[in-house]
Design a protein around this ligand. Sequence first.
Ligand code: COA
Length: 182
Amino acid sequence: MELETERLVLREYSPNDVNDIILKINDLDVSKYLEVVPYPYTSEDGEWFVNHCVENSKKTPRDKYEMAITLKESGEFIGGVGLSNIDTYVGSAELGYWIGKNYWRQGIMTEAIDALINFAFYKLELNRLILSAYVPNTGSNELAKKLGFTLEGTTRQSARTKSTGKIYDTNCWGLLKQEWRK
Ligand SMILES: CC(C)(COP(=O)(O)OP(=O)(O)OC[C@H]1O[C@@H](n2cnc3c(N)ncnc32)[C@H](O)[C@@H]1OP(=O)(O)O)[C@@H](O)C(=O)NCCC(=O)NCCS
């Protein structure tokens, strides 16, 4: 699967991405609010992740789409965005995302997620997307709000991050297809 936007190409991961993933994600500012990303992030971690994505991309039907975010002009890998826990019976899936710190606040994640949401609603025919953000993760909570997600509740002391071992309350955001701009 591949999605193109004005500035980005979202593509499947390849084993060549391991070093670039490490360069961008081995940074606590990036991983401190990501549940399953270790710190420090080793080449074994990167290899495990990429293999997992490659194996998953061969499944039919797929229960997740983990996509590499690359800059269209240079091909540079800058982060990741994914749909997981795809449940075609309910019509729901969960969104997750990160990009390297040098690329924050340039509207890049909005552009990437926009494309993935359109894919989820209009290609996969899903009806509901879920986004979980820890309460102190201002960037992610503000992004969810700006995309039009509704805060559906907060689960208390419900997640522990691998990078720091800290426990967080989690905001649960939801977006229905009928609420999404075309
Ligand atoms: C959260 C994250 C993905 C945002 O990516 P981004 O490309 O910087 O987001 P955008 O530039 O598209 O921002 C869109 C809107 O989100 C909000 N936003 C994003 N980062 C913000 C921040 N640090 N503080 C406040 N609002 C923020 C703003 O409303 C912004 O719009 P504006 O710039 O016009 O004001 C990025 O900071 C990141 O990768 N963080 C680390 C990983 C992470 O926490 N992932 C999410 C786990 S739930």
